[in-house]
Structures are given as C-alpha cells and as structure tokens.
Design a protein around this ligand. Structure first.
Ligand code: SAM
Ligand code: DTB
Ligand code: SF4
Length: 336
C-alpha cells in the first residue's frame, strides 16, 4: 500500500520516502561525493530494500532484427547505418519458445523480446501477443520492447498478460536530440504514460558513455526518478560502440563514473530493480562487483543481448560463485 503526496513523494508501507522532486544540482552533489561515502550510502539503502546477495536474471531475444526506420546513433539496428547486421523478420513461435526454455534452464526468470520497430502495427502486435502467450506457458515472466505504443496497444498487451514493457529514455532531455532525431523525448514520455496507465510494469533506463556530460547523466536520473511512479526496473547500459554507427569511435567512460551512476540510481529509486545492462563484455569482474555493491541487482544472462555480445553464461556463473551471489543459503549464512 502506498500513500501519495502529489508529484513530490510516495510513502510506502515500510516508511521509505520515494521522492519525485529531485533537482539536477542536488544529483550533481551526489556525483561529487567522495567515492566511499557515495558507495556506503547506496549500499546501505540497497541492504534495507533487497537481499544484497540476490541478482535477478533475464535473457533477451531479438524477435525482429534490423531495418529500423529510427536513427538512434548508438543502434546497430537502424536502417541509417551500415553495421553489416543481417536483417530478420519476426521469428516463428517455435523458435521463440525453444529460446525461452533454454533461458529458463540456465536460471533466467524473465524472458525479454525486442523488436526493431518505431511502433508495432496492430497486426504485428497480435503476432507478438501470440509469442507472449507461448512464453508465459513456460512459467517465465515476460517483457517486450517494441518501440512506441498507443494507449490501446498498451492495454492490449496488459490484457494479454505481459509483465514488463521496456522503453528507455536513454539520456537527458537536453542531450537527446544529439542522439536521436527521428522522434522526441516527449514521444518517449507519452509511451511511458500509456504503459504505466495500462498497469504494466515499466522497465526504463538509459545509456551512458555516449559523449554526454555528467550533468546529462544527472538529468537522465532526474527524469526517471521524477516520473509519477519509479520504473520497477531501471536498466543502465554502457554504450556498446558498434562499428558503422556514428558512435563507433567515442572515448571510454571512466569506469568509476559508471559505478557512481549505478550508486546514484539506487539512492534515487530505492525500490527499483537496477539492471547492470549492456556493455558487460568490456567490464572487469571488479567493476561488476563494485556495481553489485553499489546496488545493481539484475543482469542479462546469455551470450547475446539483442544483436551484440554479452559475457558467456559460464563466466557469469563463475563470478556469481566467487561472490556468493544467488547461493541458496546465502541469506542464512550472512545472518549467522
Ligand atoms: N526499438 C525499440 C526501442 O528503441 O525502444 C526496442 C529495441 S532497442 C534496441 C532497446 C534499447 O537498447 C534502446 O532503448 C537502447 O537503450 C538499447 N541499446 C541499443 N543499442 C545499444 C548500444 N549500442 N549500446 C547500449 N545500449 C543500446
Ligand atoms: C535495455 O535497456 N538494454 C537491452 C534491453 N533493454 C532491451 C538491449 C541492449 C541492446 C544492446 C545492443 C544490441 O544487442 O543490439
Ligand atoms: Fe530502432 Fe530501437 Fe534501435 Fe532506435 S534503438 S534504431 S528505435 S531498434
């Protein structure tokens, strides 16, 4: 049960104030904290809200690949850039169910399907609904990311039993037009409203390392936290610099700046599941470990994201084992 104080904060059952009135200067002050102070604060909040040794696992599948009419400068699937990607039409239900079963067997609890569309046609939406129904039968949670949605399309997905809809804000409103020209920030916010109003869980986050400033990273987090309800899932992606996209030669983002971004996401949205999302093949085990300490508590598991590489499932298993993450009796051990 939650009690809402219009637009500013929500008090939840456990008395946590979920704020929706963050300002950019305030968030920049968090970015400027000494690293240890920031991590201590984020980890303390993380422990109050979650089991710090549990990380949720999702697996992604691209169900319709490439030839997207949008011009997102980071994306290998945009028709505007030659990335050598092989296009694929909407996958048949048998292939999708086989991938979902394989993901469940490796320990994933949610199956996320992505399509390279600006917005699905109603006909394609019905085809995706058949895929969602088939994946639900495997017992996994379902998530889809299909581009923009009208209010009736969002309601149709809710009615079909979808659990999560992913739609990222990607960056600050100020930096957005440097990254995408074929749609506006308000288009993104409208879809998020349709998804939220339909009663679907929202998965919404962004990408860092696109040449944005720290102020833009703060601006993205302000937008996310000031939504009327915090997204239930917040993916923080590090840009994967794909050859052929306009972002292929950008410089590395400092790795501690990335960890700071995760920590501040945790502080600002204490009840949201924070996903350490794209870009993990470039991250050392130590950096990922710091991210889990700072409050990240979900990952994508499996060798592919949508089209780009992700760490081998085996190396994630080894890292989780070293860290005691998802060990069955971890809660009892840490209480002893
Ligand atoms: N077309 C739909 C849309 O844009 O909402 C869904 C698919 S799109 C590939 C899903 C998300 O993947 C994007 O919003 C973006 O945040 C992320 N993404 C795409 N390319 C990426 C890259 N090179 N590095 C990191 N994240 C990326
Ligand atoms: C999200 O925030 N990141 C995922 C998921 N949501 C759909 C996608 C990352 C895509 C990385 C590039 C690719 O695999 O094509
Ligand atoms: Fe299309 Fe989504 Fe890629 Fe943008 S991010 S080009 S909308 S698939």
């Amino acid at each position: 049960m939650t009690i809402s104080n219009p637009h500013t904060q929500t008090i939840t059952k456990d008395n946590t104030a979920l704020r929706h009135d963050w300002s950019s200067p305030e968030v920049l002050r968090l970015f400027n904290l000494p690293f240890n102070d920031l991590l201590f604060r984020a980890h303390s909040i993380h422990r109050q809200q979650f089991d710090p040794n549990q990380v949720q696992i999702s697996t992604l599948l691209s169900i319709k690949t490439g030839a997207c009419p949008e011009d997102c400068k980071y994306c290998p699937q945009s028709v505007h850039y030659d990335t050598g990607l092989e296009r694929e039409k909407l996958l048949p239900v048998e292939d999708v169910v086989a991938a979902a079963n394989a993901a469940r067997e490796t320990g994933a609890t949610r199956f996320c399907m992505g399509a390279a569309w600006r917005q699905p046609s109603d006909r394609n939406l019905e085809k995706v609904i058949k895929l969602i129904s088939a994946v639900r039968e495997t017992g996994m949670e379902t998530c889809v990311t299909l581009g923009m949605l009208s209010d009736s399309q969002a309601l149709r997905l809710k009615e079909a039993g979808l659990d999560y809809y992913n739609h990222n804000l990607d960056t600050s409103p100020e930096f957005y037009s440097e990254v995408v020209k074929s749609r506006t920030y308000d288009d993104r916010l409208d879809t998020l409203k349709n998804v939220r109003d339909a009663g679907l869980n929202v998965c919404c986050g962004g990408i860092v390392g696109m040449g944005e400033s720290r102020t833009d990273r703060a601006g993205l987090l302000v937008e996310l936290a000031n939504l009327p309800i915090h997204p239930q899932s917040v993916p923080i992606n590090q840009l994967i610099r794909v050859a052929g996209t306009p972002m292929e030669s950008l410089e590395d983002l400092d790795e501690l700046e990335f960890v700071r971004t995760i920590a501040i996401t945790r502080i600002m949205m204490p009840h949201s599941v924070v996903r350490l999302s794209a870009g993990r093949t470039e991250m050392s085990d130590s950096r990922q470990t710091l991210c889990f300490f700072a409050g990240a508590n979900s990952i994508f598991y499996g060798e592919k994201l949508l089209t780009a590489d992700n760490p081998e499932a085996h190396s994630d298993k080894v890292l989780f084992e070293k860290l005691g993450i998802n060990r069955k009796n971890a809660a009892a051990e840490s209480a002893a």
